[in-house]
Write a protein that binds this ligand. Structure first.
Ligand code: NDP
Length: 475
């Protein structure tokens, strides 16, 4: 673990193995942290806050930028490590590192433009100032699907705004996070400003979120875990953002560019083996173009080469863990038991090497009953259920029939339809004729059970700053 600028073992003396999802081999081990190390990390961050919060914004941004430059120079090394611990194809790992670096740079440029305000008061012998101050120690809890970018969406705004951080990566993907912390130290980030604790969230999560010195919690993960985090954070009245699960719908209208829509659906569903919060998880296609569209979609899906992430030909890697694979298999089996047809996939690929990793074929389901698990739950893997719809009203009604509200998309050439969908779809983000892409420049987050608050964009900085009203009497 990385605490107060030093490598720390756990008092438990126990270790956790990080396995390569492509072949089950051990990539490395990390300490199985305990509440003692959580406390030590929070104390280190608390001490470091006193100085870091007073460093000028410009200097803070320069130090972070130096770290970003170091990481840029060692991008290939980071990407390979990410593929080994996460399983995604090397090209996707490089994209993820690029996205992380871009996001970090975005906040280093934005921070020096931060302003408070001057307020005219009814009593003219007085005036008001609104300061925007850093909050203090922030807990950054990150899942395994995009371990680097989702770390960046938290530490980028947190650090430039003058906060200090205790990061908790997922137990199965801690290695790139530790590498990032190491490089930030090399760049001159003072000890204690960024700490990393490793260990099972179920055992150390409450201690981190509930620690009285942690004033801000940024959590990305499953909705059920998020509810627990919200409960513990609520007891301490902490600033909280939650980026949770999603079941994003995609609507293809009869006037859409069908080729473009089929790419949107296939890439949107099968990128990162379907393990993305904003993946396309339900597809609604207008009746009149259904056959034509499905032919295009199937042609694209059948071209997806499944294999180890380190193989340059691979377009879809293994699932991250066997538990994850079994969960998706159970959801597909449930749909099939209720009458769904499997158009392609639905099973583990056979042949050389596949038995060692957690592979699953890209799967497309049709004629899916609305009481299936794939409708009610998030499908965090490569299975896409498709429905026919008669018009936009029906599509929007079905799309909104979900406890989730992260993203949603529509393919149409009709501006009125696009506008109606953008307004009526219950989601934090809507894409029109576009892949589900998160831009650093745009606020990102969910409604309903998909989350609370926003990451990305200038909006994210607000969640790391506390407005303080100061009244000055001069009469
Ligand atoms: P989990 O909720 O299982 O884990 C997320 C993180 O929380 C991990 O670091 C985990 O640690 C930790 N954790 C587990 N239990 C607790 C606890 N009681 N208190 C505090 N922390 C805890 O999610 P997954 O890792 O399975 O990630 C996949 C989920 O994340 C999906 O639902 C996906 O949709 C969502 N997600 C949402 C995004 C968004 O922006 N809305 C973006 C990306 C993913 P450990 O690994 O040790 O268990």
């Amino acid at each position: 673990m990385f605490i107060a600028g030093e490598w720390i073992e756990s008092k438990s003396n126990a270790a956790m193995e990080v396995k390569n999802p492509a072949n089950g081999e051990t990539v490395d081990t990390v300490p199985r942290g305990t509440v003692d190390e959580v406390n030590a990390a929070v104390d280190a961050a608390h001490d470091a806050f006193k100085k870091w919060s007073r460093v000028s914004v410009e200097e803070r941004a320069n130090i972070v930028l130096k770290g970003v430059d170091l990481m840029e120079a060692r991008k290939d090394e980071l990407a390979l490590l990410l593929t080994r611990e996460q399983g995604k194809p090397l090209g996707e790992s490089k994209n993820e590192i690029d996205h992380f670096l871009h996001g970090m740079r975005f906040y280093t440029r934005l921070a020096p433009t931060l302003r408070g305000s001057y307020v005219n008061l009814p009593d003219t012998t007085m005036y008001g100032l609104v300061l925007r101050q850093p909050i203090g120690v922030c807990a950054a809890i990150v899942p395994w699907n995009f371990p680097v970018t989702l770390l960046g969406t938290k530490i980028g705004p947190a650090l430039v705004a003058g906060n200090t951080v205790v990061a908790k990566p997922a137990s199965t993907t801690p290695l790139t996070t530790l590498k990032v912390a190491e490089m930030m130290k090399e760049a001159g980030l003072p000890d204690g400003v960024l700490n990393v604790v490793t260990g099972p969230g179920s055992q150390i999560g409450d201690a981190l979120v509930g620690h009285p010195r942690v004033r801000r919690v940024a959590f990305t993960g499953e909705t059920e875990t998020g509810k627990r985090v919200a409960e513990i954070a609520g007891r301490g009245i902490k600033r909280l953002t939650l980026e949770l699960g999603g079941s994003d719908p995609l609507i293809v209208c009869d006037d859409a560019d069908l080729k473009r829509a089929s790419v949107g659906a296939a890439v949107g569903r099968f990128y990162n083996a379907g393990q993305a919060c904003l993946a396309v998880k339900r597809l609604y296609v207008f009746d009149s173009i259904y056959e034509e569209f499905m032919d295009m979609l199937m042609a694209r899906v059948k071209k997806t080469t499944v294999g180890p992430g380190e193989n340059p030909q691979t377009r879809m890697g293994p699932l991250h863990t066997n538990v994850q694979r079994e969960e998706v298999e159970a959801q597909v089996a449930d749909a099939v038991s209720k009458g769904a047809k499997v158009l392609t996939g639905g099973k583990r690929p056979g042949g050389d090497g596949f038995d060692k990793g957690f592979y699953l074929e890209p799967t497309v389901l049709t004629e899916v009953s609305l009481d299936s698990r794939v409708v009610k739950e998030e499908v965090f893997g490569p299975a896409l259920p498709v429905w026919r719809v008669k018009d936009l009203d029906e599509a929007i009604e079905l799309a909104n029939n979900s406890p989730y509200g992260l993203g949603a998309s529509i393919f149409t050439r009709d501006l009125v339809r696009a506008r109606v969908a953008a307004e009526r779809l219950e989601a934090g983000n809507v894409w029109v004729n576009s892949l589900h892409i998160g831009f650093d420049e745009m606020p990102f987050g969910g409604v309903k059970e998909s989350g609370l608050g926003r990451e990305h964009g200038p909006e994210a900085l607000d969640y790391y700053l506390e407005p303080k009203g100061v009244v000055i009497a001069t009469g």
